[in-house]
Design a protein around this ligand. Structure first.
Ligand SMILES: Nc1ncnc2c1ncn2[C@@H]1O[C@H](COP(=O)(O)OP(=O)(O)OP(=O)(O)O)[C@@H](O)[C@H]1O
Ligand SMILES: [Mg+2]
Length: 282
C-alpha cells in the first residue's frame, strides 16, 4: 500500500470537527460503542490497522469501502467472531472483551449477516425463536411466541407479511431481511449491525429495508450498516465511516460528505473535496 499520511495506519479519522484523528482519544461514556486501535491480522494479511471508531446511539453509521477494505472483519470483531489482534472495544465508555457472539448478544449487539441464516422450511415464528424457544412446563409455548413475533413485526412497521405462519422460503428478499432484523432486535438490542442488507433486493424491497433501518434508529437503537450502494447510504445514514486497505481513513457526520468525496475516499483513501478545515481538524 502507499504510505501517505492518510493511510499509514494511524489516521483514525480525518473528517469532522468532533472526531480528532489518531488513537489515544479517550472513549466517551456518551458513545454506545467505541473502538480504539483495533488491529487484526490473518497471518501476513493486515486486515485492520489501528481502527478508531465511535458509534452513537440512535444514529445510522454507514460503513463503506471497496472490496477487501476490512468492513466485514471490523464488524466481526464487534460481533464476537474474531478477537482483534490488538486494540480495545468500549461499550458505553467501559472496556469490554467480546469473545463470542453470545458475549455480543449479552451486551445488546445483534448482527445480521448477508446470508441471513434463516431456515427456508420453517415458518416466521419458528425462525424467530430458533434455538431459544419459549417453553411453558416443558412444551413450546406457541401462543406466546406467535404473539411476540406479531408484536415485533408490528413495532418495526413490517406490514407486508400476510401471516407469521408463512414458511420463510415463500417470502420475498425484503421480507426475509425484515424477519432477520426482527429476529435480531427481539431481544432488546441496542446496536444492530447489518452487512449489505439491500445487496440482493429490488427497488421497493430496498425501500422497505431502509424504512426499517430508520425505524430502528428512531427507537434509539444504533445501527451500523455496511453498503456498497451510495444511494442507500445517502438516503439513510447519519454518519459515514470509510475503510481503505484496512484503515479507517475518514469518519464523521454525513453532511461532511457528498457522493464525489465518498467515492474518492473509497477508491483512493483520501479526498481533496473534503474541506481542509475538516480533514485537518486536530
Ligand atoms: N478468514 C480470513 N482469513 C484470511 N484473510 C481474511 C479472512 N477474512 C478476511 N480476510 C482478508 O482481510 C481483508 C479484509 O476482508 P473483509 O472481508 O473484511 O473485506 P470487506 O471490506 O468486507 O470486503 P467486501 O466488500 O468484499 O465484503 C481482505 O484482504 C481479506 O482477504
Ligand atoms: Mg464484507
Amino acid at each position: 500500500m502507499d504510505d501517505t499520511p492518510e493511510n499509514n495506519g494511524h489516521t483514525g479519522s480525518e473528517v469532522g470537527p468532533t472526531e480528532p484523528a489518531g488513537s489515544g482519544v479517550a472513549p466517551s461514556a456518551s458513545m454506545l460503542l467505541s473502538l480504539r486501535g483495533i488491529t487484526k491480522s490473518f497471518g501476513a494479511v493486515q486486515a485492520l490497522q489501528h481502527v478508531d471508531l465511535d458509534v452513537p446511539a440512535g444514529q445510522v453509521t454507514a460503513l463503506i469501502g471497496d472490496n477487501g477494505a476490512g468492513k466485514s472483519t471490523l464488524i466481526k470483531t464487534v460481533a464476537g467472531i474474531w478477537a482483534p489482534t490488538s486494540g480495545s472495544v468500549y461499550w458505553k465508555g467501559k472496556e469490554v472483551h467480546i469473545h463470542t457472539p453470545r458475549d455480543a448478544a449479552h451486551l445488546g449487539i445483534a448482527t445480521v449477516y448477508q446470508d441471513l441464516a434463516l431456515c427456508d422450511n420453517l415458518d416466521i415464528v419458528e425462525n424467530m425463536y430458533l434455538g431459544r424457544e419459549e417453553t411453558k412446563v416443558g412444551v413450546l409455548d406457541e401462543i406466546t411466541m406467535e404473539l411476540a413475533t406479531k408484536k415485533t413485526l408490528k413495532d418495526l412497521s413490517v406490514s407486508t407479511v400476510k401471516s407469521v405462519r408463512q414458511v420463510v422460503g415463500s417470502l420475498s428478499g425484503g421480507q426475509r431481511q425484515a424477519v432477520a432484523v426482527a429476529r435480531a432486535v427481539m431481544r432488546e438490542s441496542e446496536l444492530v449491525i447489518l452487512d449489505e442488507p439491500t445487496a440482493a433486493l429490488g427497488v421497493s424491497q430496498t425501500a422497505q429495508v431502509l424504512d426499517l433501518i430508520r425505524t430502528l434508529s428512531g427507537r434509539g437503537i444504533a445501527v451500523i450498516v455496511i453498503s456498497h450502494n451510495l444511494n442507500d447510504v445517502f438516503a439513510v445514514a447519519d454518519r459515514i465511516a470509510v475503510m481503505y486497505l484496512g484503515n479507517l481513513v475518514s469518519h464523521g457526520p454525513i453532511a461532511n460528505y457528498d457522493r464525489n468525496s465518498a467515492v474518492e475516499m473509497i477508491t483512493t483513501g483520501r479526498s481533496d473535496r473534503v474541506p481542509s478545515s475538516l480533514a485537518s481538524s486536530n
